[in-house]
Write a protein that binds this ligand. Structure first.
Ligand code: BGC
Length: 391
């Protein structure tokens, strides 16, 4: 049976399940599944809030489910990862991704990029311009004085096509037109989310262009491994295989230097809680209002995790693998409690963190950083895996 359901099926599914239960099961045997305690299990948002026409295109809601009961939900609006249910150390399904119940929620919080696919350029480009092949390109300045996550209407705010659907994988595609948001070249993008047998979300990005351009795609999920809405992430334990990072100026643009983390609050080469040094008197922490920095990964070939985060209460561990050279570690410093999320909690300060795998911010203006240029005939290909277990 296909485990991926389009929203209209989902709308009917609870009704069907309820009817079946009513007809065939005594009430006390309300569940024959492996769930341990249905009253405390987290749930995914319903499909209803995601059925909408935007810019003339239909947005839908999709659920992937593997044989272990892990579930991930998505909308093709912004190719968002909406929710992700994984078991905690007691086997209780826990939603580790902070998300909304509807597209309206995502629309009103556009500057936060909850769960979104980010493009054409993840993170900042200084002062909203760059030079490529001797020509200057101007972008929309949406994060003064810089461009952040694509510009005014990034890939998080467009409806993607859903080209391929299987029980545990879904592919979204989007053609970003030549000149869209100021970037050169028609960029044909694909992002595939796969829910693996070993409880990982594998994200594969692909893009091609018909003119020289720049590209840096990422996913901006906000994780709380104790469960969305369960309080701050300050006691989460984090470890990153990054001996260096890229310090930033007061506008969060890398200075261009690559500096060792040793002896600084940025040293997560050994496990440390997010909160243990976040309030240290440190210029870089001030510039980022906490952690909001690109970590230079020692290795990035999918063979070993580049980062691990553990929820102190749930025991849920997330390992991150990537082919990308950088990891933007963001400690939710600009969360202000202004949004009500799925489950009812507000998005209070530092109640989630992001680990955005990508090339370094402002690379188009920093020739010393790995290049983000893409030429006709080349295929941009990157893979990131977020793998979950609990103990
Ligand atoms: C950026 C932050 C920003 C956040 C949400 C992160 O990737 O580095 O500065 O506030 O995204 O937009």
């Amino acid at each position: 049976m296909k485990m991926i359901f389009k929203s209209h099926l989902l709308l009917f599914l609870p009704v069907c399940i309820l009817s079946l239960a009513a007809c065939n099961q005594p009430a006390k045997q309300s569940s024959t599944s492996t769930m341990t305690d249905s009253t405390t299990q987290a749930t995914l948002p319903a499909a209803k809030g995601f059925e909408q026409t935007i810019d003339g295109k239909q947005a839908h809601y999709y659920i992937l489910k593997n044989k272990n009961g892990v579930q991930a939900s998505f909308t093709n609006y912004g190719a968002h990862l909406v929710g992700l249910l994984v078991p905690d150390k007691a086997g209780k399904l826990t939603d580790v991704v902070v998300g909304f119940d509807s597209i309206a929620g995502y629309k009103t919080s556009l500057s936060a990029y909850y769960g979104a696919t980010i493009g054409r350029y993840g993170n900042r480009i200084a002062k909203g311009h760059f030079v490529l092949d001797g020509r200057r390109y101007d972008l929309f300045i949406n994060n003064k004085p810089n461009t952040l996550h694509g510009g005014q209407k990034g890939f998080n705010d467009v409806v993607w096509d859903t080209k391929q659907v299987s029980d545990t994988a879904i592919t979204f595609s989007y053609l970003s037109k030549d000149g869209e948001e100021g970037y050169p070249g028609n960029l044909d993008c694909k992002v595939t989310f796969e829910l693996t047998k070993d409880n990982a979300i594998k994200i594969s990005y692909e893009a091609t262009t018909d003119k020289n351009t720049i590209v840096n795609l990422t996913n901006h999920s906000y994780f709380n491994l104790n469960g969305a809405g369960s309080g701050t992430i300050l006691d989460h334990i984090v470890q990153m295989d990054a001996s260096n990072y890229t310090p930033i100026d007061a506008t969060s643009i890398p200075t261009g230097k690559i500096e060792p983390v040793a002896g600084t609050p940025f040293d997560f080469t050994k496990p440390a809680t997010i909160g243990s040094r976040i309030n240290d008197n440190n210029e870089q922490l001030k510039n980022g209002t906490g952690y909001d920095h690109n970590f230079v990964l020692d290795k990035h070939d999918l063979t070993t995790p580049i980062a691990t985060a553990t929820g102190d209460k749930s025991g849920i561990e997330m390992q991150v693998f990537t082919t990308e050279p950088g990891l933007q570690f963001y400690s939710g410093n600009f969360m202000k409690g202004g949004n009500t999320m799925h489950g009812g909690a507000k998005d209070e300060l530092r109640t989630a963190f992001a680990m955005e795998t990508q090339h370094y911010p402002d690379s188009p203006n920093k020739p010393q950083f790995p290049s983000t240029e893409l030429k006709p005939g080349e295929t941009y290909k990157t893979v990131t895996i977020y793998k979950f277990s609990a103990k």
